[in-house]
Write a protein that binds this ligand. Structure first.
Ligand code: ZN
Length: 338
């Protein structure tokens, strides 16, 4: 019995152990397809829509090709095109015309929700990003008291007020992105108390303070006027914090969890899913999407292939769903509908 052979890959006359030829199954497309472990459908991609109250603020979003700020009027047309392109999941980002210290008014987005909900039927789900930063005068995701400290009770009240308005208008799900302690429990209680006990919560449960949110902040008009968000978002070095935050969201009643930024949180998706038993999604954030577009623009990558590669990597990391600015491209990139 031969346990050592002469390798064809060496010019040496000395017998060597043969390399394991992993390339055999990489040789053709059909062999690669045979052993592919990840796959997904367009129904697992969520398309963000930015809806501005002031039509003058509508238009292309710098850094995010294929995405625009939509007025309530143009949102319906884009929604229609997206439905025709096979998009089934949307996350709406309200961008009010005026910012206030408190007493936020979501009437414009509620009208848009109701319009899109009537059109969507059961073909699509509308998730509502729920935060204060696009409404608040200082662009923070929480309210502050007179001393400049975070006012948690007032923050949770304001978030609950928005969530209730969104749910009453027809939102299919609430997606709190603020990272304030206790918000999932507060939103669950408020929703249940108002008869919205079947409205799920998709919690941004592991949201890191990041440099990769740049194009989004322009689109959502949510950049803070002072300070930064490191007092409530997670430090990129704090893995335990990300797990604890996700476990707490699950314990408080979240139905779905999420990591953000997605591509730099690949190490956390499966551990969070295992620890909580919940489906965990990944948000391919604006900077990550823009980076691929910039590479392609400079001729360093094929945008479509890079996008697909990034989605497969997120899927391989355990993502149950992906929020991406390219969701409406899914069918064109060859994904099955469901
Ligand atoms: Zn926010």
């Amino acid at each position: 019995m031969l346990d050592r052979v002469v390798s064809p890959l060496t010019t040496s006359r000395e017998p060597v152990a043969p390399p394991r030829r992993l390339q055999r199954l990489r040789r053709t497309a059909s062999l690669r397809d045979l052993v592919a472990e990840t796959g997904f459908t367009q129904s697992q991609l969520i398309q963000p829509l930015f809806i501005v109250e002031d039509p003058a603020g509508a238009g292309a979003i710098p850094g995010l090709p294929g995405n625009a700020r939509l007025s309530p009027g143009t949102a319906s047309a884009q929604f229609e095109r997206d439905l025709e392109a096979g998009v089934q999941q949307f996350i709406l980002f309200p961008v009010p015309a005026r910012k206030h210290a408190h007493d936020f008014d979501p009437a414009f987005i509620c009208e848009a929700i109701a319009t899109l909900r009537r059109r969507a039927g059961e073909d699509a789900s509308l998730w509502l990003d729920t935060c204060l930063c696009s409404y608040s005068h200082d662009g923070h995701c929480c309210l502050h008291d007179a001393r400049g400290e975070q006012d948690l009770p007032a923050t949770l009240d304001a978030l609950a007020g928005l969530a209730l308005a969104y749910a009453a208008a027809g939102a299919d799900g609430i997606a709190p992105s603020d990272m304030n302690d206790g918000r999932v429990a507060a939103l669950r209680l408020a929703l249940d108390s108002a008869g919205h006990d079947l409205v799920p919560i998709m919690s941004y449960s592991a949201k890191f303070a990041s440099q990769l949110y740049g194009p989004f902040r322009g689109a959502a008009n949510s950049a803070p006027t002072h300070g930064d968000r490191r007092r409530y978002q997670i430090d990129v070095r704090a893995r335990r914090d990300a797990l604890a935050s996700s476990q707490r969201c699950a314990a408080e009643g979240a139905d779905l969890l999420m990591v953000k930024p997605g591509m730099s949180s690949l190490d956390l998706i499966q551990p969070i899913a295992t620890a909580t038993g919940l489906a965990v999604g990944a948000y391919q954030v604006s900077g990550e999407y823009a980076a691929l577009a910039l590479l392609a623009r400079e001729g360093f990558a094929d945008f479509d292939l890079a996008l697909l590669e990034s989605w497969h990597a997120l899927r391989r990391g355990g993502a149950a769903f992906i929020i991406t600015y390219g969701a409406r491209l899914g069918r064109a990139l060859g994904l099955a509908a469901r």
